[in-house]
Ligand binder design. Structure first.
Ligand code: AMP
Length: 468
């Protein structure tokens, strides 16, 4: 008779070796998560696996643990290849795998564009067992004969659908064609349609398909809220109002274009909010600095496009804010998956225009998401709240500032015909200075993190209305 199934197995029960378990407990992983319980055994047995599961559900360790256990640490050449669509994701996977294989002395090299190729070549040549990278840089290293694809025994394609939709089909195929000794393929993808299916057909047979209904699960533990914006005020007034009312502890603000990313980050920083952006345009070193700042809690708001933020794990974010809804409803799930990750609760807030209300209906029907509507006060009230709180902030700052030398000029301005215009100009200069201070603060050494500006005392309250 078979032993009864264990509902709550340990890593040991799943056949994970003690030195690997040690690496996991260093990272605070006590028990395997659902996706790990499902995927570990077939991957450990060397089977081809395709895996679909919720963003942030522990997929990296689900493939990382068994594949690392199957490596031979004495063979000091690349045995495992992991392909990822973005630099950030590749860096994060490499970090996770390094931690998992630490006590087995497994070396992991991360290779991606935008960073020194020489340093990466050195890392590979120093006896890396695992290479994690983006397709373009990997092909470059293959052409330079630094990496020999025939040395890989197993290949992982992470975020395969995203990778192919970004135009990497040819590159991925070229790499896979070279992996003539590859015995195992693991594909992680939100969908298994068209290109991904073609890739599986071409490179793997007898695939074990594990489907943990990625879409429906991904909104669990997340409270979804939306606000309908009007056209009485500029868009950023609505965003700033939401931030003032909701007071997120830490958030990622999603925008649809790079232009919006820099615009929104600037508007927020001018308002004295700690905000920075990442987009594909940013140099790699800058992206890494910003990612470190948000992960370590030094930075409160990250403004990002989907491509720049795809797959990144930023644990502990309390809010995801959709400055605008994505064109593709499935992307909504990837966005809100940044919060409410393993065992945490999160809130997603979407700002939508009246014409996009139907998109929410679509999300409700397709993914079972329930939205709560919160409403903006009338535009005039919002403007008054904003002016009042600005004024209060200035009064507080002026209270402690020593400006006696300017009092004579100040009196002259107040009685001048163009007093309003001059004060408006001074306020703009003040906002620019606040922005500059924010930028300078973010470039300061990390041990001196920027503190938030004083909380405003008066906060506008939202008018709440439950849709159901
Ligand atoms: P991923 O889906 O790979 O991005 O993982 C999401 C988060 O889950 C990461 O912060 C991991 O460090 C964390 N994680 C993965 N496996 C476990 C585990 N067994 N126990 C606790 N946390 C985990």
């Amino acid at each position: 008779m078979n032993p009864p199934a264990n509902d709550n197995p340990t890593f040991d029960d799943l056949g994970i070796a003690p030195d690997i378990i040690l690496g996991l407990s260093d990272r605070g992983y006590r028990r395997p998560l659902e996706v790990q319980q499902a995927a570990m055994k077939p991957i450990l047995e060397g089977q081809n696996v395709s895996l679909r599961s919720k963003t942030g559900s522990g997929k990296t360790a689900a493939f990382g643990i068994p594949l690392i256990q199957n490596l031979d640490p004495d063979e000091k050449y690349p045995q495992l290849l992991v392909l990822a669509p973005t630099r950030e994701l590749a860096g994060q996977i490499a970090e996770d795998l390094t931690g998992i294989g630490k006590h087995r002395k497994i070396r992991v090299a991360a290779v991606y564009g935008g960073a020194s190729i020489q340093a990466q070549i050195k890392e590979v040549k120093q006896g890396a067992h695992v290479v994690v990278g983006t397709p373009g840089r990997l092909l470059d290293l293959v052409r330079r004969k630094v990496i020999k694809p025939a040395s890989f025994q197993a290949v992982v394609l992470d975020e395969a659908d995203e990778m192919l939709s970004m135009g990497f089909f040819e590159d991925v195929s070229a790499l896979m064609d070279g992996c003539t000794n590859c015995r195992q393929l693991v594909i992680l993808s939100a969908s298994l349609e068209t290109d991904v299916a073609a890739l599986i057909d071409r490179y793997a047979s007898d695939v074990v398909r594990i489907d943990l209904s990625a879409d429906v699960l991904s909104v669990e533990g997340i409270h979804n809220v939306y606000y309908v914006i009007g056209d009485d005020l500029p868009m950023h007034h609505y965003l700033l109002h939401v931030l003032a009312v909701e007071q997120p502890k830490s958030a990622i603000v999603f925008v649809n274009t790079r232009k919006d990313a820099s615009l929104v980050a600037t508007v927020m920083a001018r308002e004295g909010l700690q905000a920075e952006m990442i987009s594909g345009e940013l140099p790699q070193s800058e992206r890494e600095r910003v990612m470190h700042a948000i992960r370590s809690g030094e930075l409160r708001f990250l403004v990002a496009t989907d491509v720049a933020a795809r797959g990144i794990d930023i644990s502990g974010l309390t809010h995801v804010i959709n400055h605008s809804l994505p064109e593709d409803p499935a992307v909504f799930l990837h966005r809100v998956g940044r919060t409410g990750r393993v065992d945490t609760q999160g809130t997603s807030i979407s700002l939508i225009t009246g014409r996009r209300v139907h998109t929410l209906g679509l999300l409700e029907r397709r993914f079972g998401i329930k939205f709560e509507e919160r409403r903006f006060p009338p535009a005039k009230e919002m403007e008054k709240d904003r002016t009042d709180s600005k004024l209060e902030e200035l009064i507080q700052a002026a209270d402690v500032a020593i400006c006696d030398g300017y009092l004579v000029q100040s009196r002259a301005i107040l009685v001048h015909d163009q007093a309003e215009q001059i004060v408006a100009y001074l306020l703009r200069c003040h906002a620019d200075r606040v922005h500059d201070e924010q930028r300078a603060a973010s470039n300061r050494p990390r041990e001196k993190p920027q503190r938030d500006r004083p909380e405003r005392k008066r906060r506008p309250r939202p008018v709440r209305k439950n849709r159901r």
